[in-house]
Design a protein around this ligand. Structure first.
Ligand SMILES: Nc1ncnc2c1ncn2[C@@H]1O[C@H](COP(=O)(O)OP(=O)(O)OP(=O)(O)O)[C@@H](O)[C@H]1O
Ligand SMILES: [Mn+2]
Length: 640
């Protein structure tokens, strides 16, 4: 580039050297030539200063500061033009000098076009192939954390209220597009040019090989109007080919013999099934629903708009209701109890915290963004507490808890063991109440679930410490205890730990699995209502299992690393994902402060993993990597 930049100035000089003809002195033309050279240097230099200050150029020309370069180039232009003038004058070649002017002028024009394209290329999003190759390279780089983490770390240190709200997303999906948004509020699945794929656990082992194949699958490239969420979900790491699912790996069996002649219409994803049934039939040993599930949009649409035919009490300690739909689908409703921006009172212990409807919704989105798919779909809905609860409930005890508040809002408090009193009533405005509706899992009579106490369960006491809080080697014991001593259970638990740390959920006392699948199955992450309570602080103790065990699934780590790259930034992807929820038109489901807390916590997770790897390297040298659990081994272990 340096040569190109100086080339036009060299032209008059070389031309006049080569051509010895003499003709009358064209002083005017030569002056014009000089003027043009100088002019173009002034026009071009700012462009070059900009591109020089960008990383690529400062890397290739580290010793040129942009200003030195600018003055140097002007000086050279001047010098060379004067030399050319002298040559031309001496040789008195009018035609030569005329052609010099033309050549110089066209070269300068060419140079302007060239430098503009260089400058613009630099700003454009890289092509998808380049992006994927670049990201994959970045992901396998073991020293990866240092540079990126520093950026995040400095961000994390900024006091929350002085942080600038990221407006990049607002530019494309902001208020100006609100009307469009209303029309698509229930669209939850991403549009990608291929259909429903059945999947088992992800295989990340041979990912680099498959990048090329993936590129020809017709998936929309980044930079062509694709959102960060769509880009993430079409990334090769989220689209690993997976082994076929055996009949025994489905949670529910479809009994074709009972259906008779209609059996042709009865398959797992038949359009004739209501979305809730398709969801139930799609639950496998590995996940609740497949990646890019085409059923997700109709399911969300029904949860958020279908007529509610009954509302009844449900289990659990805090107020929640089971809602039923005309097509026999059911959902669990959790009402709004706390404003979105309100932080949980710092004097409140985790076990006294309220449940938040937006936490249930955001947890579902986060779990899906992480590639887990272990939380039942949850959507927001404005519920009319009179017509959709009070008037239709057959539960008289629930109906009796309704009252009108002093400002004429309709309130109720229901029945439960926590916060079900007049003081903790939930109120409509005047009848509209924000709530989350989570898809009901298949009834336990069809699919029994097993509840497991978390080995890292908190003491649920103000004074007592749990064993894991006192013993730094606690994981050694857990690793030897079934079911954590075999298969993926330990890394599955660590996956859950990471999800909980990101959303600040300290209330994971139990988790559930489907009995049918024994110990080789995913963990259900139910009950996320106490997540997203605080954004200004992180709770490091939630990460204890990762800290103590130093193990993580390879696929999880790769997903997390991807989400820490600017083009797939977790907060941006989450903002994007949550903007598809129907309640987004009322208010964003997570405030910007909660979104940026996600990025900050993601850095902490990655740093913890890096520390584990360093510790392992210093103890055992390079060799076997004990920190990263290779998912591929899990697949073969299960299929044996
Ligand atoms: N989507 C769902 N489908 C079916 N059952 C569910 C679903 N979500 C939760 N449950 C069941 O309902 C029980 C209570 O739900 P949840 O844990 O959310 O309530 P809770 O009031 O927080 O209870 P706890 O205080 O025991 O944590 C859960 O243990 C789980 O078995
Ligand atoms: Mn709970």
């Amino acid at each position: 580039m340096l040569f190109l930049r100086l080339f036009p100035s060299l032209v008059p000089l070389t031309f006049s050297l080569i051509l010895p003809h003499s003709s009358p002195q064209p002083l005017l033309l030569i002056l014009l030539l000089f003027f043009l050279s100088l002019q173009s240097s002034l026009v071009l230099s700012p462009l070059f200063i900009q591109s020089l200050s960008s990383s690529t150029y400062s890397l290739s020309l580290p010793f040129f500061s942009s200003f030195t370069y600018f003055y140097l180039s002007v000086f050279l232009q001047l010098f060379l033009s004067l030399r050319a003038m002298r040559w031309c004058t001496r040789r008195r070649s009018r035609t030569v000098c005329l052609s010099l002017v033309v050549a110089s002028l066209s070269l300068h024009l060419l140079l302007i076009i060239l430098s503009r394209s260089v400058y613009q290329n630099h700003c454009d999003a890289p092509s998808p192939r380049q992006t994927h190759l670049h990201t994959l390279r970045a992901l396998v780089d073991t020293n990866y954390t240092s540079r990126m983490l520093d950026n995040h770390a400095s961000y994390a240190k900024t006091p929350p209220d002085t942080r600038k709200v990221n407006s990049s997303h607002m530019d494309s999906n902001g208020p100006q597009k609100m009307s469009e948004k209303d029309a698509v509020t229930t669209k939850m699945a991403v549009k990608v040019g291929h259909g429903h794929k059945e999947e088992g656990p992800v295989d990340t082992h041979t990912m680099t090989v498959r990048v090329g194949k993936f590129g020809s699958m017709g998936i929309k490239p980044m930079g062509s109007g694709m959102s960060k969420l769509e880009a993430l979900f079409s990334h090769p790491l989220y689209n690993m080919p997976t082994p076929p699912i055996h009949e025994d790996d489905w949670l529910l069996k479809v009994n074709y013999s009972d259906i008779g002649d209609d059996s042709a219409h009865w398959n797992r994803s038949s359009d004739s099934h209501p979305p809730w049934l398709r969801f139930h039939l799609g639950i496998s040993r590995w996940q609740l629903y497949p990646h890019l599930d085409p059923n997700m949009a109709p399911l969300a649409q029904q949860l958020s708009t279908h007529r509610i035919v009954s509302a009844g009490k449900s289990g659990g300690t805090q107020l929640k209701l089971v809602m039923s739909f005309p097509n026999y689908g059911q959902a669990i409703l959790k009402p709004m109890k706390q404003e979105r921006d309100e932080e949980t009172n710092f004097n409140l212990y985790y076990f006294s915290d309220f449940e938040r409807h937006n936490a249930e919704i955001a947890a579902f989105h986060l779990d899906r963004v992480l590639g887990y798919r272990r939380i039942p779909p949850a959507v927001g809905r404005l519920v009319d507490v009179v017509t959709e609860i009070k008037d239709i409930t057959t539960d008289h005890k629930l109906a009796r808890t309704f009252f009108t508040s002093p400002v004429n809002n309709v309130c109720f408090y229901g029945q439960c063991s926590y916060y079900c009193s007049t003081e903790h009533a939930v109120c409509g405005r005047p009848q509209n109440l924000e709530a989350s509706l989570a898809m009901m899992l298949p009834d336990t009579s069809l699919a029994t679930r097993r509840s497991w106490r978390s080995p890292w369960k908190r003491s649920y006491s103000r004074s007592k410490l749990a064993v894991w809080e006192k013993d730094p080697d606690y994981c050694d014991t857990v690793k030897k205890t079934p079911p954590y001593n075999k298969g993926t259970r330990l890394v599955d638990l660590i996956d859950m730990t990471i999800l909980d740390f990101l959303m600040g959920n300290m209330d994971r006392h139990h988790y559930e699995t489907f009995e049918k699948f024994g110990n080789n199955t995913f963990l259900l992450h139910l009950d996320n209502g106490r997540a997203f309570g605080r954004h200004s602080t992180d709770e490091p103790s939630i990460l204890t299992p990762l800290e103590q065990c130093c193990r993580i699934r390879r696929s999880t780590l790769l997903h997390l690393r991807l989400l820490s790259l600017p083009q797939y930034r977790l907060s941006d992807v989450m903002r994007d994902s949550l903007s598809h929820d129907p309640l987004f038109s009322v208010a964003p489901l997570l405030s910007e402060l909660h979104l940026s807390a996600l990025d900050r916590r993601l850095v902490t997770v990655l740093q913890t993993v890096s520390r584990c790897q360093e510790r392992q390297r210093s103890r055992h040298g390079e060799g076997d990597d004990d920190v990263i659990y290779d998912d591929r081994r899990a697949v073969s272990a299960v299929s044996q």
